[in-house]
Design a protein around this ligand. Sequence first.
Ligand code: GAR
Length: 206
Amino acid sequence: MPDKKANIAVLVSGGGTNLQALIDAQRSGILKSGRIVLTISNRSDAYALNRARDAGIDTRVITKKDCGSAAEFERRIAEALDEYGIDLIVLAGFMSILSADFTRRFERRIINVHPSLIPSFCGEGFYGLHVHEAALKKGVKVTGATVHFVNEIPDGGEIIMQKAVRVRDGDTPEALQRRVMHAAEWKILPAAAEKICAEMIKDGRI
Ligand code: GAR
């Protein structure tokens, strides 16, 4: 059935350049086995929401503050995912750790992009620019990005794709972040999303 596509929700918190890479990949046909039908942000001021709206994708803002508890926060996210019949959840700069209850419920249906070569510079406290600060502090010569399945261990799920990026003399965390995004994240996140959506269709999981 060539027209069958996985319904994708993208969860965001910030600028949304990885969401943009997914939108662009959908337009160019790199992402063809899935379609982005929903963007959920845990911050009302996330620029990613503008990117989704510009692309005609439905958006929801669900904040922990409005929900009162982590359990209610996740219940409302799950409710929105059910409403849209979501098959694959993509964490694209989503800066909130999901509970074991949540990740078990969506086993092998949640993927995340992380800006290092896991198992380096990952786990709790390693997010965004901090990851690149730590890589520069350690003096590594090669870093990169990883897309992995999400389980109950932060950044601990099975690795789907990785891409290496060289560190340059004089790199700042910002310069390195930009290069890792451009050379690695924006390429492997859409490629991994396509791979998993295609596998879900092939396995009859959707
Ligand atoms: C990206 O670099 C992403 O890998 C990272 O946050 C940035 C979000 O940018 N995620 C993590 O650190 C998760 N542990 P974006 O909002 O422009 O996609």
